[in-house]
Design a protein around this ligand. Sequence first.
Ligand code: ACO
Length: 428
Amino acid sequence: MSEIAKLVLADQTYEFPIIVGTENERAIDIQQLRGQTGHITLDNGFMNTGSCESSITFINGEKGILRYRGIPLDQLADQSSFIETSYLLLNGNLPSPSQLAKITDDITSHCSIPDDMKEMIRHFPKNAHPMAILGAMTNALAGFYPEVTPSSSEDVINEATARLIAVTSTIAAHSFKHSIGEDFINPSSNLEYSENFLNMMFASSTGGYSPDPDMVKALEMLLIMHVDHEQNCSASSVRLVGSSQPSLYAAITAGIAALWGPLHGGANQAVMEMLSQIYESGKEPEAFIDMAKDKSNNFRLSGFGHRVYKNYDPRARIIKGICMDILKKESIKDPLLDIAVKLEAQVLNDDYFIKRKLYPNVDFYSGLLYKAMGVPTEMFTVLFAIGRMPGWIAQWKEMINTPGIKIGRPRQVYTGNTETNYTPMQER
Ligand code: ACO
């Protein structure tokens, strides 16, 4: 017999079904709550609210587990590629050799953007944030290519999927070239995804660049690490905006906007700025830890804490390892790495952080790795977006294929004036 939850309101008892996920996650299904009781729930920040059932990504925040379609992240980071993991996310299973060849080909053949879009990038101020350019250009895709909505054919949706994964790296690289006043480097169909991105970033029109294979491998792993993270702020934004059924490009643009913030994907930029600030201040990291604990200001240690992880973020653990390896291999001495390691050790031993279960998150070490690749700080969040693109699309596809899906429209508890008469201007 299926389980039920009982709610007693005044003298009446109401019953609601319990939904149990494949990993024994439990939820009270309150779809009938308002209809039956006249009450709604209030849940600041959706701390306790599930917005959907999903079979894409599983996280156990207490144990520090992350799996895509059931496969542990570390296995994918070690053995898979970004494109293969994207296929897994989008289709639910690992591809056969021919399926992998096809998706790779689809992505490679959609890498270029129209000349008019390149011209649009050139019209941005040189110091425009690359996330502003990425958001604007992603929305602009809706104007350049056929409409992609939940009622579009599978072929149209697949083509848009390949295009989005492909052009995100092209737009990112072009926005970087624009910021430094260099010519854009066109995508190359002979290069693998990450190699192609590094080439578009660092080759010049006079040629002479060959991406370091260690950096290419590190970038692939970083992209895999960012591919999806269930119902986070940006994925939820994609779903919420997508639920009103605009173009897929518009829904993805919402995800890009949400990712930009320093509490979400923008934290990787904020971490580097914080580490630089500690370095330039000449102070010990402890001074900044004290500041983060002091409730009289809003300062937080960027790269620490997570809504779901109450344990070490598995992505942070892997990225820290790659970061250490790459810096050692390339004989890069970065004083910010020393500060990061010291800061982390002190935080992990500090009662304030222990009590609140605040551990390093994905953004704490990723910036140091991007920096080692020669990527400037302002581009960090864009790299996150490149990695997250397949996840956003997978979330959108899952949503539009859910029977009976409704427009996302939360309610509120109104706390404003009760009915008040209009006061004419001369009486105010
Ligand atoms: N530094 C200092 N204190 C912190 C930090 C931090 N980084 N993070 C949380 N806390 C404290 C809060 O002040 C709060 O303390 P209190 O209980 O005394 O009021 C407690 O820990 C719980 O924090 P909340 O803000 O309630 O946790 P929430 O789940 O809402 O926020 C978030 C999670 C936004 C990630 C938060 O930990 C944070 O701001 N971290 C820094 C920004 C960051 O690194 N973001 C990237 C997250 S990963 C990603 O999105 C890709």
